[in-house]
Write a protein that binds this ligand. Structure first.
Ligand SMILES: Nc1ncnc2c1ncn2[C@@H]1O[C@H](COP(=O)(O)OP(=O)(O)OP(=O)(O)O)[C@@H](O)[C@H]1O
Length: 270
């Protein structure tokens, strides 16, 4: 369903070219949930944005539903993008529009007639159980509700693919579970191919079928969740091992009790 072939993205920076994504290959089966995990700066968001060409790769192919998006004209790409929804870490809602009007925006860009937009926006809000908040403004919604409106907006054009960029980073742990549950239900009920970028192994464990580990722009490791759960996956890289273990390792000098430095001070200054 989604095939990335040798995708490379090089940014021009004041200090010279910077390769954010370096020769990435990835096959994402239709209807599956692909996790992309790695530390900050690994290139995860850039690779995700390569899938809808929000960030056009410098080279390589991005094939979605059999079409190489890199070969489309501007108008063809605009239409293809209606089939690829996207959800962001900070929700990206328009604050002076109600929840329904935010959802209607994506329908408006897709050329859906005004009379039809409200009906479809309410349908999309119902998927995330927010039909009763249709006329609320973002300021009156919790973080989890805002993200659900953003998910409804992404779903309104009935996409085949949903791209999620750290969708739970800005919400608390309980809300994280709720947002992930909606994404899981949507994948199961609507068959939407889902790609989720995260730095949290818990998120990947909860949701993904397949996982790609990124480091310094490269996909360095790949595994299926089933292998992890069966205990048959052996990470080949240090970063893979670290993420799979999901350990928090503190590198702190132990200070003898009474030495005058509290643990809190040590964490900040020591
Ligand atoms: N438009 C840009 N111009 C220059 N450098 C960029 C640009 N976008 C991203 N980068 C750099 O590319 C690298 C990868 O960024 P990216 O956001 O893809 O990483 P990430 O793994 O998603 O990290 P994070 O979890 O912190 O968002 C970073 O070093 C970033 O500074």
């Amino acid at each position: 369903m989604i095939t990335l072939r040798d995708v490379t993205t090089v940014f021009s920076t004041p200090t010279g070219p910077y390769t954010a994504v370096d020769g990435a290959h990835l096959e994402i089966p239709a209807g599956s949930i692909q996790g992309i995990i790695g530390f900050s700066g690994a290139g995860k968001s850039t690779l995700l944005r390569n899938i809808n060409l929000l960030e056009r790769p410098t080279s390589g192919q991005v094939v979605v539903g059999g079409t190489d998006l890199t070969e489309l004209s501007v108008e063809e790409l605009r239409r293809a993008r209606h089939g690829i929804g996207m959800v962001f870490q900070n929700f990206n809602l328009v604050n002076n529009l109600t929840a329904a009007k935010n959802v209607e925006l994506s329908l408006k860009f897709a050329g859906v007639a005004g009379t039809e937009r409200r009906r479809r926006a309410l349908e999309a809000l119902a998927i995330v159980d927010l039909a009763d908040k249709a006329d609320s403004y973002p300021a009156a919604l919790s973080g989890g509700q805002k993200q659900r409106v953003a998910i409804a907006r992404a779903l309104a054009t009935e996409p085949a693919v949903l791209l999620c960029d750290e969708p739970t980073s800005a919400v608390d742990p309980r809300t994280t579970t709720s947002v992930l549950q909606y994404l899981a239900d949507i994948n199961r009920d609507l068959g939407i191919t889902t790609v989720i970028v995260t730095h949290e192994m818990n998120v990947v464990r909860a949701l993904a079928d397949h996982v790609a580990v990124m480091e310094a722009g490269r996909i360095v490791e790949r595994f299926a969740l089933a292998e992890l759960e069966a205990g048959t996956f052996t990470p080949a890289t240090a970063i893979g091992a670290h993420l799979v273990a999901d350990e928090i390792v503190l590198d702190r000098r132990r200070t003898p009790v009474g030495a005058g430095v509290t643990p809190g001070e040590e964490a900040h200054h020591g």
